[in-house]
Ligand binder design. Sequence first.
Ligand code: UD1
Length: 376
Amino acid sequence: MEQVVLLVAGARPNFMKIAPLYRAAQRHPEISCRIVHTGQHYDYEMSQAFFEDLELPAPHHFLHAGSGSHAGQTARIMIAFEEVCQAVRPALVVVVGDVNSTLACSIVAKKLEIPVAHVEAGLRSFDRTMPEEINRLVTDAISDYFFVTEPAAVDNLRREGKDPAHVCFAGHVMVDNLFHQHEKLSHISPRTFSTNTLKESLTDYAFLTLHRPGNVDDKEVFSGIVSALNRIAEERPILFPVHPRTRKKIEQFGLVLTPRIRLLPPLGFREALFLWKDAAVVLTDSGGLQEETTALGVPCVTIRTNTERPITVEQGTNILAGTDPDKIVAACRQALQSDKGRKGCKPPNWDGKAAERIWDFLLAGPLMGVRPALAG
Ligand code: UD1
């Protein structure tokens, strides 16, 4: 009998992770995969644009969580997701990444005694001031199955006492998606992108994303980062799609960015890839982009003092700069000069087949012989 699996996504980086899982599930008729979109991100550019680019169907369940305090947002997701679980009675809930939706839905499922699989489990920044670190710790504390992207995460889960039989070193679904989209991009005319004229007018540019509360919510820290970016932009222009949180903070703090930093609206997945894949260097505080640049061999400077994704530094193209302005400028110079960029070696199992491994693991055990779904 077909079994219902709920695939949970709420914020931008989740959508890239569920897309390959959903696609791979279509090859397994014994699974009926339903997408739950919590509505944590809701603007067209932050949500629907991704569903379109990533070839995802409209969500089967949309929870309208919206923005707010962490407690308020998490609570709204929990209340709405509980209703979905009670109506659908899924055989399994799959959560991805480390956002508030990941935390909220794993708690709800476990309290209803529904097994939970966490994709991108075991990552630790060891920095509990990051909301994502709390989300990772709580989700992994209660999940049943752990799909892991790099060896450090296996070590973390072992230290936390997880049963090794429930930990699967699957590789990275984000990289599955990246390779799939990179291939698609090669068949799309650059003229279809709104940034094509801008890109063509530049011989050399950097690409920037910035949205971590630790970087943009504090005026002093954010001013320091902006001063470094203004210096970097003297040598090459920077293309900067601005996250809504960051745009608000630039206005609130009255920060002045040089015109050589081109502010863009948030971009869909393909348009962002179209720009960053050819950048001389990517500057970021995103988790996903640290990994995606490693997967494509693009130099990356991470504007953070720590990373929960150490393999990108050990084997990939990532350089951890911290947030001190001089160190950011120096790291950027190093990324452009060293042979780390454009060469970095690809981490094990980052081969585009992670989603297949995940379903194979689940169908070989967890999804065999569990209670049948009641969903209509
Ligand atoms: C969330 C995730 C973070 C992830 C990021 C990717 C948590 C704790 N954080 O952070 O891990 O890296 O998404 O973008 O889950 N807003 C809009 N439109 C939207 C969504 C948000 O304008 O569609 C504004 C809201 O005013 C909100 C602010 O952006 O206050 C921040 O959004 P929120 O989802 O709370 O956190 P992010 O910073 O996006």
